[in-house]
Design a protein around this ligand. Structure first.
Ligand SMILES: C[S@@+](CC[C@H](N)C(=O)[O-])C[C@H]1O[C@@H](n2cnc3c(N)ncnc32)[C@H](O)[C@@H]1O
Length: 399
C-alpha cells in the first residue's frame, strides 16, 4: 500500500506557488553532480524543476515522482528540455532503461515510512548507479525531544500566477519516540472572483536513527564516504539533527584488466530445457566427474564441504543423459548482491546454449532471494557477453 503522502496531486499545478528563486539550490546540485559525471538520477522530483535546470546545464537527468499529477504538470512545463526524462515512478520499486547514473540525490526520504521500504529504495537506486557512483541523501535524524510548532500562515514571496492568489496555513509536531514529524497544512486558492477554495495537505515524515541508515546503506551495497550537517559541507557531529550522507556504490569487484562485469537489470527468462540440480556438500563424486569432463583436475578431499561450510559458493550441474556437462555457482558477494559465477561447459557440449541455460538457472535462484545478480566474464568472451545481454544484463564495469 502507498504511504499517505498528503495531497501532492492537488498541489501539482501550484507547486511553485512560493515565488522563490531556486537558482542557488539548483546550482548546488549541478556542482555536486559535476564531480562525478553527467548522468543524474532524481527521485521525489515533484514537477522536476531541478532536473530541468540541470538538463539545461548539460546533464542527462532522469527525474521521477510517484504522483502522476506532478509528472503531468512537469511535462507541460519542461517537455521541450533536451536531456530531461520525467517519469512516474515509486522510489521503492522502479526500473528505468537508462545508462548507469553517476550521481543520485534524494531529499525526501521522510515520505518512506518503514526502514524495509527505505532498503528497497536504496537497492533500486543502487541498481541504477554505475560502479562507484554516488548517492547523496539529505534527511532529518530523530529529534531528541518532542516539540510543536503552532499554526502559522505562509504567504508567497510574490504571487506567482496571474489568475489566482495562493497562501497556506500549517502546524507541525515532532514525536521524538516514533521519529515522526506530523505536518498539517491547508492550501488556499483565491480566484479572480475572490472565491476561495482550499484543500488539506497532511502527512507525516519518518526519521530514522543514523545507525539504521548506516546499516541500511551498507546492506544495500553502499559505503559511506562523507557525512555533513549542512550544504556548506561542515562535518556532521553527534547530536546534529540534519544529516547529509554521501555514499558510494561499492565497487563490486576488483576487476582484472581482462574482465568485465555485468549486472542484471530486467530478467528475460525462459524455462530451462535440461536437468539442472544443486550439488550438496556430499556430491564431490559428481563434481569430480564433471571436472574431468571439462579437462580439469579432480578436487581432493572435502573441497565442496569446505566451500559450503564457509558459505562462499553453491554449485549446480547441468546433465545431458545423466552426464554432468556444465556447471555454475552462486557466490554471495555482499548482502545485497550475489554473483552468478564459474560457468563452465565441457568442450564437446559447447555452442548449444548450455552456458545461457545455467546462467538463467542461477538468475532465477538469486532473484528468488531478492538479491541483485552480477556476473563477471572475460572481456574477449563475446559469446558469454551476448548471452548476458540477451538475458537482461548490462555492462557495469570494464569496457
Ligand atoms: C516535498 S516534495 C519534493 C520536492 C522536490 N524535491 C522539488 O525539488 O521540488 C515530495 C515529493 O515526493 C513524492 N513522493 C512521495 N513518495 C514517493 C515515492 N515512494 N516515490 C517517488 N516519489 C515519492 C511526492 O509525490 C512529492 O512530489
Amino acid at each position: 500500500m502507498t504511504d499517505n503522502i498528503g495531497n501532492y496531486a492537488l498541489h501539482a499545478a501550484i507547486w511553485d506557488w512560493g515565488g522563490h528563486d531556486r537558482t542557488e539550490e539548483h546550482e548546488y546540485w549541478c556542482h555536486y553532480a559535476a564531480q562525478y559525471g553527467k548522468n543524474v538520477l532524481i527521485p521525489f522530483c515533484a514537477i522536476g524543476e531541478t532536473g530541468a535546470y540541470m538538463a539545461h546545464r548539460g546533464f542527462t537527468t532522469t527525474a521521477f515522482d510517484i504522483t502522476p499529477e506532478m509528472i503531468t504538470e512537469g511535462k507541460k512545463r519542461f517537455d521541450h528540455v533536451p536531456g530531461l526524462q520525467l517519469s512516474e515512478g515509486d522510489v521503492t520499486d522502479f526500473y528505468f532503461d537508462i545508462p548507469p547514473a553517476d550521481f543520485c540525490f534524494a531529499t525526501d526520504f521522510g515520505h518512506i515510512h518503514t526502514i524495509e521500504k527505505v532498503k528497497k529504495a536504496l537497492l533500486c537506486i543502487n541498481r541504477h548507479l554505475r560502479e562507484a557512483g554516488i548517492l547523496a541523501i539529505e534527511t532529518g535524524l530523530c529529534a531528541k525531544e518532542s516539540n510543536y510548532t503552532p499554526n502559522k500562515t505562509f504567504y508567497p514571496k510574490e504571487q506567482v500566477y496571474p489568475d489566482k492568489k495562493i497562501w497556506k496555513t500549517g502546524d507541525s509536531s515532532n514525536d521524538s519516540k516514533t521519529g515522526r514529524c506530523y505536518i498539517s497544512q491547508t492550501v488556499y486558492i483565491e480566484n479572480r472572483n475572490s472565491n476561495v477554495e482550499q484543500f488539506n495537505h497532511s502527512f507525516y515524515l519518518q526519521c530514522y536513527p543514523r545507525d539504521a541508515w548506516l546499516s541500511a546503506l551498507e546492506e544495500c551495497g553502499f559505503e559511506i564516504r562523507s557525512e555533513y550537517n549542512n550544504r556548506e559541507k561542515e562535518s556532521w557531529r553527534e547530536g546534529d539533527g540534519f544529516w547529509i550522507v554521501e555514499a558510494v556504490k561499492k565497487r563490486t569487484y576488483p576487476l582484472s584488466t581482462d574482465e568485465v562485469m555485468y549486472l542484471l537489470r530486467e530478467y528475460h527468462g525462459v524455462p530451462c530445457m535440461n536437468r539442472i540440480e544443486w550439488l550438496t556438500a556430499n556430491d564431490m563424486v559428481k563434481m569430480n566427474k564433471h571436472l574431468v569432463l571439462c579437462g580439469q583436475k579432480p578436487r581432493k578431499g572435502d573441497w565442496l564441504h569446505e566451500i559450503y561450510k564457509n558459505g562462499t559458493a553453491r554449485y549446480c550441474l547441468l546433465y545431458i543423459d545423466d552426464i554432468p556437462v556444465a556447471r555454475g555457482s552462486v557466490e554471495p558477494y555482499s548482502d545485497a548482491m550475489w554473483e552468478a559465477a564459474d560457468i563452465r561447459v565441457a568442450r564437446e557440449f559447447r555452442n548449444r546454449g548450455l552456458a545461457k541455460e545455467i546462467l538463467r538457472f542461477l538468475c532465477v535462484d538469486i532473484l528468488s532471494h531478492g538479491k541483485i545478480v552480477s556476473c563477471r566474464t572475460e572481456r574477449d568472451n563475446i559469446a558469454m557477453r551476448n548471452a548476458l545481454e540477451t538475458i537482461g544484463f548490462y555492462l557495469d564495469g570494464g569496457n
